[in-house]
Design a protein around this ligand. Structure first.
Ligand SMILES: *Cc1c(COP(=O)(O)O)cnc(C)c1O
Length: 593
């Protein structure tokens, strides 16, 4: 008989999940986080599963011309090569039509062999109309109507599919961002059984809340998913629309998916301490807690550092806290591992771009979604000043990457501006913008540069995770104080701050401080006191690598969120995990039945 422990109890819903580099079902940080969460869940033996859409045509493949103009190509992949088809079928009502769904399975195997299945929902079935067949094609593609249909498929279709697949022991439903909030409607309908949605009572809602938890990722109201009421009526029908209205999920005639998730969750969290604080300001009626994001340590540690950690503390793969002991690794070994990572990045760049970078030169990295608030071009505000820094203190080179959403014109403009700056600086500062930034490039860039630059417009960066990947590879950050950096920053120990926390400064002040840090602190240390710089790299691993990982993060979800009620009893999933029959071999407990 299958052990209860292996029977999923937590269902994790996310519009995007980064499973592996050949599966383009993610756009950026949200999807990478979802994948890392499930990978750590598998490592920790958490009885959980994931639900997302198939995204048959993926996000997109980025092409850049010589001026940095982006064009998008469909990201082609073959689900049948990587996924296992399931026989389960269900349907979901959209605009009064029945849209049939199937599910594909991807299995994540953790370090101890525990598995976490991920179900990818697919509408490309012959029974569906040609249009309905495209509903699970593009991630964040199409218009509002397309997006709303996708959210109905993810939320309502997802819950129905779990029933069709026979997952009957689920206790906790986790909404990773508001896109998944319609699971609440489906769960409510299930709970009411034959009763009409209009008969819902506060007690019913309370019953639903006990099962749901919600993680919000957006620190500004404009970032939250919203749909006009007539569109909601059209897609969901009058009964479900009225139910959402009855729960106060509309403001000014607009359905706010964040409200749907907030109303129906008993545990709500932001993705960093500072972000939770900001979220409480936006939604003062909700008890919003914080569980700071992380990254999957083994996935984001480059081969040279994996080998180094394996040598010093082989337990780190199973227990990331061992990374704290990096503080005792001799500097020469850190230096050698980093040199190997840098060489690997430069070789990859030579292969793909034809550009040659200099291994002895300070290399600054910046790669993330190209959207205006991330300010990829802030560094290039004053080109003459950058030239002067290179002349006075020492040379530096810059590696960048990032895709702009196909409708994000300001985001696309930031890429063009970086290309303009690169052309103007080319006699003095080498700048490489890699095309089609994805998780493979992410691994190369976050491990192969000497400094990770992060210059978001505050307070837009809820957490940010690429600096955490860098930290696992000993790469310190130079960052404005926002998101995770409020917690990760120790001046001169894990990197350096840009600007001050208290004053809300202009970008001119931030630029001045950024140049000041580069010119007077970072570059002089890199060239003048290389051992001190390697010391910063080492303490970055010990302090930030050991904490900002998804193993710590998922453990915090277990301790704080994955419980049916916000009571002070141990969460059921944790009790199950710690049952004697789950104990390590050799620790068998005679009283177990
Ligand atoms: C890690 C990662 C991101 C997220 O980076 P942030 O710093 O959180 O913006 C986005 N895209 C890819 C491909 C990544 O690997």
């Amino acid at each position: 008989m299958q052990s209860l422990v292996d029977t999923p109890k937590v269902a994790y819903f996310s519009m995007e999940i980064a499973l592996e580099s050949s599966v383009p079902t993610y756009a950026g940080g949200l999807g990478v986080l979802a994948g890392d969460t499930l990978r750590s869940g598998a490592d920790l033996g958490v009885p959980m599963l994931g639900v997302t859409l198939l995204h048959r045509k993926g996000y997109f493949e980025q092409r850049l011309d010589g001026q940095g103009n982006q064009t998008e190509l469909p990201a082609t992949w073959h689900p049948e090569d990587v996924l296992e088809p399931t026989k389960a079928r269900t349907s979901v009502t959209i605009e009064g039509r029945k849209v049939k769904l199937r599910a594909w399975r991807y299995v994540i195997r953790g370090i101890g062999g525990h598995t976490v299945p991920v179900y990818l929902l697919d509408t490309a079935l012959a029974e569906n109309s040609p249009y309905d067949q495209t509903l699970t094609d593009f991630l964040y593609g199409g218009d509002h109507h397309y997006r709303l249909c996708q959210e109905v498929i993810l939320g309502i279709g997802g819950i129905q599919m779990l029933d069709a697949l026979g997952h009957s022991h689920l206790e906790i439903y986790h909404m990773n961002e508001g896109h998944a909030a319609f699971i609440s409607l489906a769960l409510l309908e299930k709970q009411l059984a034959d009763r009409a949605l209009s008969s819902v009572t506060e007690e019913d809602r309370q019953g639903l809340r006990r099962k749901c938890i919600f993680t919000t990722h957006t620190p500004v109201p404009a970032g939250h998913d919203q749909f006009q009421k007539d569109l909601v009526q059209q897609v969901l029908g009058p009964e479900r629309t009225t139910a959402l209205e009855g729960a106060d999920c509309f403001t000014d005639g607009t359905l706010n998916m964040t409200y749907v998730a907030l109303k129906y969750s008993h545990y709500i969290n932001g993705v960093a301490m500072h972000h939770a604080e900001i979220s409480r300001g936006m939604f003062p009626n909700y008890p919003i807690r914080a569980i700071t994001n992380g990254v999957h340590a083994v996935t984001w540690t480059c081969p040279a550092f994996r080998e180094l950690y394996d040598r010093h503390f082989p337990e780190w793969r199973r227990d990331n806290l061992y990374l704290r002991y990096a503080i005792g690794i001799p500097l020469v070994e850190i230096k050698a591992a980093h040199a190997a990572a840098k060489r690997a990045l430069f070789e990859e760049i030579k292969k793909k771009n034809g550009s040659r970078l200099e291994e002895s030169v300070m290399t600054i990295g910046f790669a993330r979604r190209a959207t205006a608030y991330k300010r990829a071009n802030l560094l290039f505000t004053d080109l003459d000043h950058l030239r002067r820094i290179a002349d006075r203190v020492g040379p530096f080179q810059i590696v960048l990457g990032g895709k702009a959403h196909f409708r994000d014109e300001p985001g696309k403009a930031t890429i063009r501006r970086v290309f303009e700056a690169a052309a103007l600086l080319k006699d003095k500062i080498k700048i490489v913008y890699v095309e089609n930034y994805d998780i493979l490039w992410g691994q190369f860039i976050t491990s192969g540069v000497d400094l990770w630059l992060n210059t978001p417009q505050r307070p837009y960066e809820a957490s940010g995770t690429s600096g955490m990947k860098a930290a696992l590879n000993g790469v310190p950050s130079l960052s404005v104080p926002d998101g995770w950096w409020f917690e990760g920053h120790v001046e001169g120990v894990t990197g350096w701050d840009i600007g001050q926390e208290e004053v809300s400064e202009s970008s001119a002040q931030e630029v001045a401080d950024l140049y000041n840090k580069l010119e007077h602190i970072v570059l002089p240390m890199f060239y003048g006191r290389p051992d001190a710089y390697t010391g910063v790299m080492r303490s970055t691993i010990a302090l930030n690598g050991s904490f900002f990982n998804t193993q710590r993060m998922v453990s915090q979800y277990l301790l704080n969120a994955f419980r049916e009620e916000p009571a002070l009893t141990a969460p059921q999933v944790l009790v199950e995990l710690l049952r004697p029959e789950k104990a390590m071999p050799g620790q068998s407990n005679k009283t177990s039945s």
